[in-house]
Design a protein. Structure first.
Length: 264
């Protein structure tokens, strides 16, 4: 009498099949993203890249990233908005595992977009270059393979900005090294002073709260335990740092920058 035996695949075989399927999926995703980028570049080839809407270029390149997105922002408000909007959108395809690094000059923080991104997307590492970016142009570096450079505004009536897509390996490598060197000397956003001057963050928040609640300068100065003249000098300094022309505008900017919680 013979017994029929049922063989089950070993765990090693199962792991091998799963590994092969995952590798195939990664290869397909990589091929799709590269094909998407090539199609986009072909569509841009018929016109000057500076005339292509900035948001379209940034969206396409960020979505095609597979490993890294490194960004240099030096104060161009249009580019800052486009980059932050592209990164804030739900990840598609391979982008879910991408490492994102934003290197910003201090004026970029005035718009509030970068701080808002930092609060909502923990995968983004943001650093501030307080001394400026003397040698590093505003750029978008994708997977250490392609670099998008843009100079000047693309605002109506002022002509298109100058833009270029760099894929030469030596040039891309040089820009990556420049980015890495500047990144290493930059300050993490969490450690960067929210406002300049001599005021500590706690004092800034207390003064801003006084402004928002409508305290008179006399009452606020007593609460801060400083003279009226000193308190008004502090207010003027905060408004100057925020780029605000009124106390109301200072309160709005403070909420946008995360210095004060919003009221619902």
């Amino acid at each position: 009498m013979s017994t029929e035996s049922t063989e089950t695949p070993s765990s090693g075989a199962i792991d091998y099949v799963e590994h092969a399927l995952l590798a195939a999926r990664d290869l397909i995703e990589s091929t799709v993203t590269r094909h998407r980028r090539e199609l986009a570049q072909d569509s841009w080839a018929g016109t000057a890249l500076g005339k292509v809407p900035l948001a379209e270029v940034v969206d396409t390149l960020v979505d095609c990233a597979e490993r890294t997105v490194s960004v240099v922002l030096s104060g161009n408000e249009e580019q800052t908005r486009a980059v932050c909007a592209a990164l804030a959108r739900p990840a598609r395809g391979a982008r879910r595992a991408v490492v994102v690094r934003l290197l910003c000059e201090e004026p970029v923080l005035a718009s509030g977009a970068v701080r808002a991104l930092a609060r909502t997307d923990p995968r983004c590492e943001i650093r501030i270059c307080d001394g400026g970016l003397p040698a590093l142009p505003e750029a978008l570096l994708i997977d250490a393979e392609v670099v998008y450079l843009r100079r000047g505004p693309s605002e109506p009536g002022r002509g298109p900005g100058q833009a270029s897509l760099v894929e030469d390996p030596a040039t891309v490598r040089a820009l990556e090294m420049m980015f890495a060197g500047t990144w290493g000397n930059a300050v993490a956003l969490a450690d960067y002073p929210r406002l300049g001057g001599r005021l500590c963050p706690d004092s800034v928040r207390r003064i801003l709260e006084c402004l928002r609640t409508g305290h008179t300068d006399e009452v606020a100065a007593r609460q801060m335990q400083v003279s009226l003249r000193t308190y008004r000098r502090y207010v003027a300094e905060i408004m100057r740092e925020l780029g605000a022309n009124s106390r109301f505008e200072a309160g709005v900017r403070a909420v946008e920058m995360g210095l004060l919680p919003s009221r619902h």
